[in-house]
Design a protein around this ligand. Structure first.
Ligand code: ATP
Length: 350
């Protein structure tokens, strides 16, 4: 990152008693970026977000926001809005009073508050809802109001702690698109914690993949998906086939297949995305082609997850994505043989 980062985390460490929740986190976030902290339960993503918010104090390390050292500032003196997983609206306050909460604390004039609240509820797609109470709103609507409340003071930083995880699947997709559109419109630097890789891939400018208190990789969604830095990232982000292989004289021996491969000789693990094993186009003379027997077909609509086994791969099984059209055109079913081709340039070796 060339420009001065908007948020700069330096050597953040967090211990709970003898347990290290965050080891040594270094991360720069650019102004206006939408960043997702992605990782499995317990990896430390919420702890990191709470440290940025001042809701948790780091054991060691420094945080700079917009050039200011905020490492030891209490939450009230930091410049952020936050939305939590559970709606966390005040149930006894109207939508208007919930949204106005931060503005009242700042002693904003009443007329200005009223105008800002009207503007905000409209911005989150709930115009006219000012007099309702949280209990009269759906989960998704409550999160929209929580978002309006978080944005009310026009903070420099928007923090979202799994804001979508309590919603049903359709509402989750709808709201994540709305949040992204709103974030782009306002240009507010945003961090969202999620354990849902699809969510992170679909909204983030950059994804911070975390595991056991360390950052495994920081990259654009395309980078972490296509160029995973570690086996963990390859495995956690997207589906992947993992097969044992051996590298001999710059050639990968994968079952009876031979693929070009750089690196030192020895036993390795090969990571292949299901979409990088093709059933077409395959032309006569193509390399890295093999026959496989269909073991199982998982019907998922227009695409199916097809599990195959092939003598060419030894005893190892593979999942590939085949279109329903292709399966019916070729009359493929469980027990059928399908010809497949590997794309060696897409194969990752660790
Ligand atoms: P989840 O999605 O389950 O919330 P996470 O990645 O956000 O997971 P954190 O909540 O940051 O994980 O927790 C990281 C680790 O620190 C976990 O092992 C958790 O048990 C531990 N931890 C978090 N808060 C505390 C605390 N207050 N006291 C002791 N241990 C804690």
């Amino acid at each position: 990152m060339n420009a001065t980062p908007f948020l700069d985390l330096r050597h953040i460490r967090k211990e709970f008693g003898g347990f290290t929740a965050l080891a040594d986190i270094n991360l720069e976030i650019g102004r206006g970026d939408f960043v997702c902290f992605l990782g499995p339960s317990g990896c430390g993503k919420t702890t990191l977000l709470r440290i940025i918010a001042g809701l948790e104090v780091q054991t060691r390390g420094q945080i700079l926001q917009d050039g200011r050292d905020i490492s030891l500032l209490p939450p009230a003196l930091r410049d952020y809005g936050i939305v939590f997983q559970s709606y966390a609206l005040f149930p006894n306050l109207s939508v208007a009073d919930n949204v106005a909460y931060g503005l009242v604390n700042r002693k904003t004039p009443r007329a200005e508050i009223r105008q800002r609240v009207t503007e905000l509820v409209k911005l989150v797609g709930l115009p006219g809802s000012e007099n309702k109470f949280p209990g009269q709103l759906s989960g998704g609507q409550q999160q929209r109001i929580a978002l309006a409340r978080a944005l009310a003071t026009s903070p420099g930083l928007l923090l979202l702690d799994e804001p979508l995880s309590a919603l049903d699947a359709l509402e989750r997709i709808r709201l994540r698109q709305e949040i992204r559109a709103l974030q782009q419109k306002l240009g507010v630097t945003t961090i969202m914690v999620t354990h849902d890789q699809e969510e992170a891939l679909s909204v983030a400018d950059r994804i911070v993949v975390m595991n056991h208190g360390v950052i495994e990789q920081v990259g654009t969604p395309m980078e972490v998906y296509r160029e995973p830095a570690t086996p963990f990232v390859a495995d956690f982000v997207g589906k992947v086939n993992v097969l044992p292989a051996r590298r001999v004289d710059g050639e990968l021996h994968l079952g009876s297949l031979r693929l070009p491969s750089e690196g030192s000789d020895g036993d390795v693990r090969v990571y292949m995305r299901p979409e990088d094993v093709l059933a077409r186009p395959i032309a006569p003379g193509d390399l890295h082609v093999f026959d496989a027997c269909i073991d199982k077909i998982e019907f998922l609509g227009s695409f199916c997850h097809v599990h195959v086994a092939s003598p060419a791969l030894g005893a190892h099984k593979l999942t590939v994505y085949l279109s329903l059209n292709f399966l019916s055109e070729q009359s493929l079913q469980v027990g059928s043989t399908v010809t497949l081709k590997l794309l060696p340039e897409r194969v990752k070796v660790f």
